[in-house]
Design a protein around this ligand. Structure first.
Ligand SMILES: [Zn+2]
Length: 403
């Protein structure tokens, strides 16, 4: 059942209009609600659910990441919580200042820019224009990674909620465009590799399922060689969302993005000329004051006492849910425990059946050998090997029919 759901989701990846309404309902499907609820209870039972990380979207992402296997999802989630504590993610999100932002953007053009046709934020990188030496002079990999984490946190806490309000649809993933014009094996130097690996590790382990689609455009044959190497670091779920396109990418891109939301350098109409260009503007519903106000209304603002005990920006409903629904949680938990026991018992039965089948096969094999041995005039029979094989099969079939 779970596999079918995942399959459907993947199939609909490229059917944008249909998929749009699909994914909205799917995110809130009763099955997903139940799975998220069971997952939340499992984490609560073990005391593993920090108050501000048990929201529906986060839990659903970790469930999807592990194909709805509760135990595996739990391990991935605990790994994520540990990483947040160890890396002081809340602190980075609030306090980290990336002073070199302007300088870095000049040598590594990238940024969020407006929304796709389904209201998801668009993220663009012009990798072909990266000047890695100048980039490494402007910042360090460690600082860039912190900036990346801060941006990821902003996407989850502001960009997705804002896009959801603006489009009146549930938005929880990004459409990404990478312009790799001029990129080949030679561009992938040691610092570039380190940066790629570090970012890739963080995104896949701690921000899973946030990529909706990835368009790689202007891919040369040199890039395709590099891509063969890069692919090995990406999981199958991510790879299914990637389209590597050559210079004639515009048609594909315009199916997903309205030209007014696409920068001119990618073939669209937008220049964001009053904001220093599209990749500097961070233009999108997340800058709309009215929408920001609405998002603020859904949060309570409290004090920050120390790292890891951050109390601000806690969605009210998530705290209330945890306390109010404890009784309901215990019932669901009982159901989950019963199901787990039932599955384990069935597995045991299957194992026993397999063992007895194996034994029956051995007995039959022995019987066939005996029959062969006592068959009269065996060498004089002119039947071909095939026919003799068929006869043997008939005997076995008859025998198994009897048993
Ligand atoms: Zn623009």
């Amino acid at each position: 059942m779970q596999e079918t759901e995942v399959g459907e989701r993947d199939i609909h990846i490229y059917a944008s209009t249909e998929e749009d309404s699909m994914s909205f309902h799917e995110e809130h499907s009763p099955d997903h609600e139940q799975m998220v609820e069971a997952f939340r209870n499992l984490l609560l039972l073990h005391g593993h659910l920090p108050a501000n990380h048990g929201d529906h979207d986060t839990l659903l992402r970790f469930l999807k990441m592990r194909d709805f296997d509760l135990e595996k999802s739990k391990d991935a989630f605990l790994n994520y919580i540990k990483w947040r504590m160890d890396s002081k993610v809340d602190m980075i999100s609030k306090r980290f200042k990336f002073e070199e932002y302007g300088e870095v953007k000049k040598h590594y053009p990238h940024g969020f820019h407006k929304v796709d046709r389904n209201g998801r934020p668009i993220y663009i990188e012009r990798l072909g224009m990266v000047d890695l030496n100048a980039f490494m002079k402007a910042t360090t990999i460690e600082r860039y990674v912190k900036y990346h984490i801060k941006e990821q946190e902003k996407t989850l806490s502001l960009r997705y909620p804002a896009c959801s309000i603006a489009s009146a649809k549930h938005v929880s993933s990004t459409t990404t465009v990478l312009d790799v014009s001029g990129i080949g094996m030679s561009n992938f130097s040691k610092p570039a590799r380190s940066l790629f690996m570090e970012i890739q590790k963080i995104d896949s382990n701690y921000y899973p399922e946030t990529l909706h689609r990835l368009f790689v455009v202007n891919a040369s044959s040199g890039f395709r060689m590099l891509w063969l190497a890069l692919k090995t670091f990406l999981d199958a779920r991510t790879l299914a969302k990637v389209q590597v396109l050559g210079p004639n990418y515009l048609g594909e891109l315009l199916e997903a993005i309205d030209p007014s939301n696409l920068p001119t350098f990618l073939g669209g109409n937008c220049t964001c000329s009053d904001q220093g260009g599209c990749l500097f503007s961070d233009e999108g519903p997340w800058n709309d004051p009215k929408i920001k106000e609405k998002i603020q209304e859904n949060y309570t603002v409290g004090d920050t006492d120390s790292e890891g005990k951050t109390k601000d920006k806690v969605p009210q409903h998530s705290l209330a849910n945890q306390q109010k629904d404890l009784g309901k949680n215990m019932i669901t938990l009982q159901k989950y425990a019963n199901l787990t026991t039932a599955v384990k018992e069935t597995q045991k039965r299957i194992e026993m059946l397999e063992m007895s089948l194996h034994e029956t096969k051995s007995v039959l094999k022995g019987l066939v050998e005996i029959i062969e041995a006592i068959k009269p005039n065996q060498t004089e029979i002119t039947h071909s090997q095939v026919q003799s094989g068929l006869e043997r099969k008939t005997v076995v079939t008859k025998m198994s029919g009897l048993s």
